[in-house]
Design a protein around this ligand. Structure first.
Ligand code: SF4
Length: 280
């Protein structure tokens, strides 16, 4: 049976492979006897999903008619998507302490996307689900935000409080598009910042990346995942790792996300590495 690895999971893998494994291989880890807990959905993810829905709406309209969707349709789509994503609850943060704040932010962010980014983008493919074999026996999957005609550019939209490293994810999209017959020349991250709801919404910024380096970064992470899961299944006597041992995956208790809110392994038998830090 093939292992399917999402492009969006690559960028965070190196931050803590054991936390990432708890997501990527959750069923297999639980079948091995470990009990993982659920992590609450964060407001950042809900806002991001909402803005992506609005972006896809306006770009699809542009692909079909040559014109962007009306601003009211774009912001309505964003807010409706937000309400759907938080129907079962969400964990707010300091930047977004309530749904009232979230909806104000979402309207501002969707409007900024429609005003600044969408007019520059001539879409070739929008949110297309893709799959590709990799040299390591893993199947890469992913849904790129948009492949744009200008510079045959992969554009990946990020909506966080601050920028982060997304090079492996961009590289994965490049591998996916190419494996599915698309011509790709460049890639870039479009960064639309989530700021406090009482602050003016900054315009989005675009950060191009070297596409060859991004692909290498993606392949490097995929190689690590393939090696780690093989060791988990088969063990590695030279390392003193038996089959089913969590140490098939390195742990990083110094990660900013080493917290039960973000890590389903925190405080479980799958990972007690944070304990040493807490006991100091
Ligand atoms: S508890 Fe910390 S070190 Fe352990 S898997 Fe989670 S993030 Fe990584």
């Amino acid at each position: 049976m093939s292992d399917f690895i999402r492009a969006s999971s690559l960028s965070g893998y190196s931050d803590c492979p054991r936390r990432a494994a708890a997501r990527l291989f959750r069923q297999e880890i639980e079948a091995a006897g470990y009990i993982l807990h659920e992590t609450p959905q964060g407001i950042g993810a809900s806002v991001g999903t909402s803005i992506h829905a609005a972006a896809a709406l306006t770009l699809t309209e542009k692909a079909n008619t040559g014109s962007l969707a009306p601003l009211s349709a774009v912001t309505d789509c964003a807010v409706e998507t937000y309400r759907e994503t938080v129907a079962d609850g969400v964990m707010f943060d300091q930047k977004t302490p309530s749904s009232h704040d979230a909806e104000r932010q979402i309207v501002g962010m969707a409007a900024a996307y429609n005003r600044v980014l969408a007019p520059r983008i001539e879409p070739i493919a929008i949110e297309e689900q893709l799959e590709a074999d990799t040299p390591f026996g893993l199947v890469l999957t992913g849904r790129g935000d948009v492949l744009a005609r200008e510079k045959n550019r992969i554009r990946d939209l990020k909506c966080g409080q601050k920028r982060s490293n997304h090079k492996p994810q961009l590289g994965a999209y490049s591998l996916l598009y190419k494996a599915n017959g698309y011509e790709v020349e460049t890639c870039a991250e479009d960064f639309l910042q989530r700021v406090g709801s009482k602050k003016p919404q900054p315009d989005p910024l675009t950060f191009p990346h070297d596409i060859a380096a991004a692909e290498t970064a993606a392949l490097s992470v995929l190689r690590h995942i393939a090696s780690d899961i093989r060791v988990f299944r088969e063990g590695d006597p030279a390392m003193g790792v038996m089959p089913g041992d969590p140490w098939a995956f390195a742990a990083n208790p110094s990660s900013m996300l080493c917290h039960p809110k973000y890590c389903s392994a925190h405080g479980t038998d799958w990972c007690a590495e944070h304990m040493a830090k807490e006991a100091e």
